[in-house]
Design a protein around this ligand. Structure first.
Ligand SMILES: C[S@@+](CC[C@H](N)C(=O)[O-])C[C@H]1O[C@@H](n2cnc3c(N)ncnc32)[C@H](O)[C@@H]1O
Length: 406
């Protein structure tokens, strides 16, 4: 394996993305580095088509547009599909003026709404996120926005207002981003209604000022379960640039829950569990207990995977068997995805997968090697991997780029 560890690992995280216009619109845990994606995309010959089967916040799509390529993206999370398509939309100057006008009107209407009984989302322990006054103001503003433009929809102009509102709910919450997954600051902060409004309008200003991207190319996020990606009806592609979920028990639905509840893409905990069961590596709510009865159908799984699962299973912990199943299902789903993907690739197409390794009870799960084995079994050529960055203080955790050709 070729090891080229970059000295500037911080360039390959969300921190680098923040100052980059549309890429920094919302702080979302799944996002990978724009710099890394730009480097990978720049290797695509001009005129060729790019695919990202795990779109997340549409970083690959936006970067493709910025560099003059057409791209198609897939995800199963309805909030991310909606957000991604807004990020990839074209806005004229008139659209942006209209966005600002409607935002101002919603802001002034919200002061009247404060006196009414407004809808708040059914988020577990909601007062851990927002104090009572802040919550009432957010609910009043939300109700005013709904009266002016309706709920989030397919209309990109209106969605710029909803994306601004989504950023507002996070900026006024106690969410903290200093861990791998979203956590809480010690306490909530009280905001006056006029502070909420000022902040909202300044976010609208910042989002509209970075919304203009002139392009003759096209990129779109489709709703598709990438384990069965050959079911989508698209022209074949030449380069896959993506970052699938990692086998680390992170649930994207859980990470995105404040956004998803406030925009009504999620209404009940049961919906979250159903979505997470479809998500590769999903692990929230009943998605974990369903693992107990899950059995893989008959495909040749890599020898290394079987060996790692056996080692995990033998550990002295009440959840060891469940975790072994989790790891097995993750790589089973990814194998299914690689197998289905082959049907969408042109001869000679290149694939680049950014993935992290992980550790269960001290058993190191080498995702990059298991991916390599899956790809070789499926007939991919020139399969290799290299380290992209070290993930945190644990000296064993890295992110890799796994590359192969059809
Ligand atoms: C690591 S994130 C991708 C991050 C992305 N590169 C970005 O910059 O935002 C993985 C994504 O895969 C999606 N996903 C998980 N299971 C999926 C499936 N079966 N089909 C399609 N997408 C899936 C998740 O919803 C999540 O958005």
């Amino acid at each position: 394996m070729k090891v080229t560890l970059t000295s500037k690992g911080s360039d390959y995280t969300f921190k680098y993305n923040r100052g980059l216009g549309r890429h920094g619109w919302l702080r979302l845990t799944p996002a990978y580095s724009v710099k890394l994606v730009e480097e990978l995309i720049s290797e695509t010959p001009k005129g060729k088509r790019i695919l990202d089967p795990f779109s997340g916040t549409a970083t690959t799509g936006l970067s493709s547009l910025e560099q003059g390529y057409n791209a198609v993206l897939c995800d199963i999370n309805p909030f991310l599909i909606w957000f991604g398509n807004t990020k990839l939309a074209y806005f004229s100057n008139e659209d942006l003026l209209e966005t600002k006008r409607l935002s101002l009107e919603s802001a002034s209407l919200s002061s009247y709404k404060l006196m009414g009984d407004n809808w708040v989302p059914d988020i577990h322990n909601i007062n851990r996120w927002w104090d009572c006054d802040t919550l009432l103001s957010l609910a009043a503003l939300r109700s005013a926005i709904v009266e002016k433009i309706g709920e989030p929809s397919d209309n990109p102009i209106f969605n710029l207002i909803w994306i601004s509102f989504s950023r507002l709910i996070i900026e006024t919450s106690s969410a903290a981003f200093n861990h791998v997954s979203m956590s809480f600051n010690g306490s909530t902060v009280k905001h006056e209604h006029n502070q909420i409004i000022e902040l909202f309008l300044s976010i609208v200003e910042s989002i509209t000022s970075t919304a203009f991207v002139e392009t003759s190319n096209h990129a779109q996020v489709l709703n598709c379960d990438s384990r069965f990606i050959s079911n989508i009806d698209i022209e074949k592609v030449d380069h896959v640039v993506t970052s699938p979920p990692y086998p680390n028990r992170m649930s994207y639905i859980r990470e995105l829950r404040p956004y998803m509840y406030w925009t009504k893409f999620l209404n009940h905990a049961t919906e979250a569990a159903d979505l997470d069961w479809k998500a590769i590596g999903g692990t929230w709510g009943s998605a974990t207990s369903k693992l107990k009865t899950w059995h893989p159908s008959d495909i040749d799984l890599p020898e290394l995977l079987i060996q790692k699962c056996t080692e995990i299973k033998m550990k002295d912990d009440k959840n060891a068997d469940l975790m072994a199943r989790y790891v097995q299902k993750y790589f089973y789903d990814m194998h299914q995805h690689f197998s289905s993907l082959k049907n969408l690739l042109n001869e000679g197409a290149k694939i680049d997968y950014i993935v992290g390794n992980s550790s269960f009870y001290g058993v190191k799960v080498e995702s990059e090697k298991i991916f390599e084995d899956s790809l070789l079994t499926l007939g991919f050529k020139n399969v290799s991997s290299r380290i992209v960055r070290k993930r945190n203080s644990n000296k064993e955790l890295f992110e890799f780029c796994v590359t192969a050709y059809l």
